[in-house]
Ligand binder design. Structure first.
Ligand SMILES: [Zn+2]
Length: 410
C-alpha cells in the first residue's frame, strides 16, 4: 500500500461531505489530474464532535460506494500519539504520528553518541542535497532524536496490530515553535531510518505561519527555498538512507494557502516530486458558507454558530492557540451580524484568493467553532441535509477550484 504522487487530506468533521468532496476529485480527473483522498480526523476533533474512528471509516466507505469512486482512498488517524492511537487502529489505514510532546526531550548519552556517529556522513559535502552543519546534527540529537524514537514505539504498536503492508505512516513535526532547517530535516531522516520507521510522508515545520482558514503569513520566497530544499531531501532519502520510495513532504493546515500553491506546483513539477496537503477544516467552513448562502433557517443557523462562537471565544481558541491569530476588535458584533443578509454573511466568510470582503478574524473564529455546531446535534445535521445542494456545491467548488486546480494542475 502506498500513496500516489498527490494526496489530499480532506477532513469531514460531521461525516456528511464525502460525496461532495469526491465530486471535486472527479472534476480533477476530468481535467487530467488525479490525487488520493485521505479523510483525516484527529482525536481532538472526534472528542469535540462526539464521533469515533468507526464513524469516520463508515462515512468514507459510504461515500465511496455511493459515488462508485475507483481511486485510492485512505482514512487517517490524524495527529495520534501512544495515548490516543488505539481506537483508530481497526478503522484507519493512514497514521499521522505526532511527536510534539517529546520534541525537546534529551536522548540518553548513548543514544546521542550512536546517532551522531551514524549521522556524521552528512557533514561530507555531497552526501546530502543540502548543507548539513555540525550544529544541525547537535540540534537533532538534542531535540528530535527522542521524538523519533517515540514515533518508532508508536509505529511498532500499530504494526503489531495490523496486517503487514495494510497502512501508511506519516511523521509530523509541524507543531513546534521554530521551523526546522533543511539540514535538520536531512538529519532527522537519518534518525527515522535508524528507527526503521517506514514513513510515506514527513511533515516538517516550515517557515512562516500556517493559520487556520486563512492565507499563508510570511515570506513566500523563504517558504519556497525551504520547500524546494526539503523536497530534494525527501527525494534523496530513499536511496541514501533506505527510506520508502516515493517519500514526500506533507503540509499541515494546508487549506487556503493560495499564495503558495503556484510555487509548490512549480517546484514539484520541476523536480518530479509529490506532496501531501491537508485541507481538513476548510470543508467545515464551506458547510457554513453553504447554509448561509441558502438563506432562511440555513442563514439563521450560520448566525447562531457565529454568535455563540463570539461569546465562547476563549474556550474555542484555547486548543488552537498556535494556529489562530484573532484580533478581537475586528470581529463583527453579533448584533451587527444579526442584520446581515445571505450575501453579506457569505462575502465575510468565504475565502477566495485575494478576496477584499473576507473577514479574516471572523473566519478563523468560525474555523474553531465547530464545537458549537456539534452541540446543536441533529438540528445542525438536518440543516446540512435540507440545504444539501448549496452546501455540497460550496464544498466541491472550494476544494476543486481553489485547492486542487492550482496545486495539481497549476
Ligand atoms: Zn498538523
Amino acid at each position: 500500500m502506498h500513496l500516489s504522487r498527490f494526496s489530499i487530506g480532506t477532513g469531514d468533521r460531521f461525516g456528511l461531505e464525502g460525496e461532495a468532496q469526491i465530486a471535486a476529485f472527479k472534476a480533477l480527473r476530468e481535467r487530467g489530474g488525479d490525487a488520493d483522498i485521505v479523510w483525516n480526523k484527529s482525536n481532538r476533533e472526534h472528542v469535540i464532535i462526539g464521533s469515533s474512528p468507526a464513524d469516520q471509516e463508515r462515512a468514507a466507505a459510504e461515500s465511496i460506494r455511493n459515488t462508485a469512486w475507483n481511486g485510492k482512498w485512505f482514512v487517517d488517524a490524524d495527529h495520534i500519539t501512544m495515548k490516543t492511537v488505539d481506537w483508530f487502529i481497526p478503522h484507519c489505514n493512514f497514521f499521522t504520528i505526532d511527536v510534539a510532546e517529546t520534541i525537546g526531550t534529551p536522548a540518553s548519552p548513548d543514544a546521542r553518541n550512536t546517532y551522531l556517529a551514524r549521522a556524521a556522513f552528512l557533514l561530507n559535502k555531497g552526501s546530502a542535497p543540502v548543507e548539513v552543519t555540525k550544529s544541525d546534527l547537535e540540534t537533532v540529537a538534542d531535540k528530535f532524536l527522542t521524538a523519533v524514537q517515540e514515533a518508532g514505539i508508536t509505529y511498532r504498536h500499530i504494526a503489531e496490530r495490523r496486517a503487514p503492508g495494510s497502512f501508511v505512516v506519516e511523521l509530523s513535526m509541524d507543531e513546534t515553535d521554530t521551523p526546522q532547517t533543511p539540514g535538520q530535516v536531512a538529519a532527522i531522516l537519518v534518525a527515522v531510518a535508524a528507527e526503521k520507521l517506514p514513513i510515506a510522508t514527513f511533515a516538517p515545520r516550515f517557515p512562516g505561519k500556517f493559520l487556520k482558514g486563512v492565507d499563508y503569513v510570511g515570506d513566500v520566497a523563504e517558504f519556497m527555498r525551504s520547500f524546494e530544499a526539503e523536497t530534494k531531501i525527501v527525494q534523496w532519502a530513499p536511496k541514501a538512507l533506505g527510506l520508502p520510495e516515493d517519500l514526500k513532504l506533507s503540509i499541515h493546515t494546508g487549506s487556503d494557502k493560495y499564495k503558495l500553491y503556484k510555487g509548490i506546483h512549480e517546484i514539484i513539477t520541476r523536480l518530479g516530486a509529490g506532496v501531501h496537503l491537508k485541507t481538513a477544516g476548510t470543508t467545515w467552513l464551506e458547510e457554513i458558507v453553504g447554509l448561509a448562502e441558502a438563506g432562511g433557517d440555513g442563514l439563521a443557523i450560520a448566525k447562531r454558530v457565529y454568535t455563540s462562537a463570539y461569546v465562547r471565544i476563549d474556550e474555542l481558541t484555547a486548543p488552537y492557540a498556535n494556529v489562530v491569530e484573532i484580533d478581537r476588535s475586528r470581529l463583527p458584533k453579533p448584533e451587527e451580524v444579526a442584520t446581515w443578509d445571505s450575501v453579506t454573511f457569505v462575502s465575510a466568510l468565504r475565502h477566495e484568493p485575494g478576496s477584499s470582503t473576507m473577514r479574516s478574524d471572523m473566519r478563523q473564529l468560525m474555523h474553531v467553532g465547530f464545537r458549537i455546531a456539534a452541540e446543536m446535534g441533529d438540528e445542525y445535521l438536518s440543516a446540512l441535509r435540507v440545504y444539501r445542494e448549496s452546501v455540497a456545491r460550496n464544498v466541491r467548488n472550494n476544494l476543486f477550484e481553489r485547492h486542487l486546480v492550482p496545486l495539481i494542475l497549476g
